[in-house]
Design a protein around this ligand. Structure first.
Ligand code: SF4
Length: 366
């Protein structure tokens, strides 16, 4: 049999998109009592595709698509930025970070500003750059490890390797988050009723589909793993709409080309070795049960939180509604600062900075 190779543009095919949109319109039940169905996507990459390809405009009027807390930079608490600034300016560390964290405003300043004030802060594409730098000097070197389960394996592998190399000047300031507990918190929120979730493709490629199953069952809510191209997302929405029609609450996978049911067992084992779930703070959502990761005590020497006494006095910027945007309670345009004071050149909140943030997407594409 000749191989059939799908190309990226195949997942942006307008004719196939029209067919999927038609199927969504036909499948959506005309519910005389509850006419509105709300679907939340929980991934900044999906948020940008939805805005960029104007997918909301293609959907039936009684199907509302909202963005949830899926942008890793956006959910990182402001206190974390303040700690990173302190590590650079007060503790004299060399701080390595993914680039999109540089411009997130902290209470007093961003990392970009701290670098201008003399902090040694460097943007890198990989945590391994930070570890390699630590291996070639005596300088205290800290990597800013933020993100959901997708990012945790490459954040913690350098810790394991640092142990093997006997490094004593490398540590990670961790702000790792877990998607299933975050979905659980959204489902318990009295401020919002979500009828279905598009679950994040990259995270699910690591953790597998099984961790969502108890939530589907407990809250009678369907979920479908979604990819990042327009057809991936329309396929996930079609799956959810078909479930609305027949009243099922399945944990489905509409992104099978990348997401196996069991995820990535090697990555999971690595995370289990170094990390332990903890109650943790997400920006706008507060402290949620088991929503984050901490570095296990056996690796405490590589935990910047334990290695340094970091003092902060953190508070959110006045008027910023990032918390409500992240919970899906309001659209970015409903924030009084949107476009007036807050824009990508002069961001007030994290949702406007990150390329995965809902405010950034709304600013760029709406
Ligand atoms: S527009 Fe700016 S200030 Fe308002 S919620 Fe978004 S990031 Fe925060």
């Amino acid at each position: 049999m000749r191989g059939f190779v799908m190309r990226l543009q195949d997942f942006r095919n307008p004719e196939l998109a029209k067919k999927l949109v038609g199927a969504i319109h036909r499948a959506l039940p005309a519910d005389p009592i509850r006419r509105q169905f709300t679907v939340m996507e929980v991934c900044g990459g999906q948020t940008h595709t939805i805005y960029k390809y104007r997918l909301r405009e293609l959907l039936p009027k009684n199907l509302r698509l909202i963005s949830g807390p899926g942008c890793p930079v956006c959910v990182t608490p402001i206190r974390y930025i303040d700690k990173a600034v302190s590590l650079a300016l007060d503790h004299g560390c060399t701080v390595y970070t993914f680039g999109d964290l540089m411009r997130v405003p902290g209470t007093a300043m961003s990392l970009e500003r701290a670098a201008a004030e003399g902090g040694d802060i460097r943007a890198v594409y990989s945590p391994f750059h930070a570890m390699a730098a630590a291996a070639s000097s005596d300088q205290e070197t800290v990597f800013l490890g933020i993100g959901f389960e997708t990012t945790m394996p490459p954040v913690v592998l350098p810790i394991v390797q640092a142990v093997q190399k006997g490094l004593t000047n490398f540590s990670v300031l961790l702000s790792g988050k877990r998607v299933p507990p975050v979905l659980s918190a959204v489902l318990q929120s009295p401020r919002l009723e979500v009828n279905g979730f598009i679950t994040p493709g990259h995270v699910t490629a690591v953790i597998g589909t099984e961790p969502y199953a108890p939530l589907c069952k407990k809250y009678n809510v369907p979920m479908a793993v979604g990819g990042f191209e327009p057809l991936d997302l329309l396929a996930a929405i079609l799956n959810l709409v078909e479930q609305f029609a027949v009243g099922t609450h399945e944990n489905a996978n509409a992104y099978t080309r990348a997401v196996p049911r069991l995820g990535n067992p090697k990555a999971q084992a690595l995370m289990d070795e170094v990390l332990v779930p903890i109650d943790d703070e997400l920006r706008g959502l507060g402290v949620l049960p088991e929503a984050g990761f901490a570095i296990r005590d056996k690796y405490a020497a590589f935990d910047a939180d334990k290695r340094f006494e970091i003092k902060t006095d953190s508070h959110e910027p006045e008027g910023c509604a990032c918390g409500e945007v992240l919970c899906g309670v309001i659209e970015p345009e409903a924030c009084p600062l949107f476009r007036t004071v807050c824009n990508p050149d002069s961001p007030v909140g994290s949702c406007m900075v990150s390329a995965e943030g809902a405010c950034n997407a709304a600013y760029l594409y709406d």
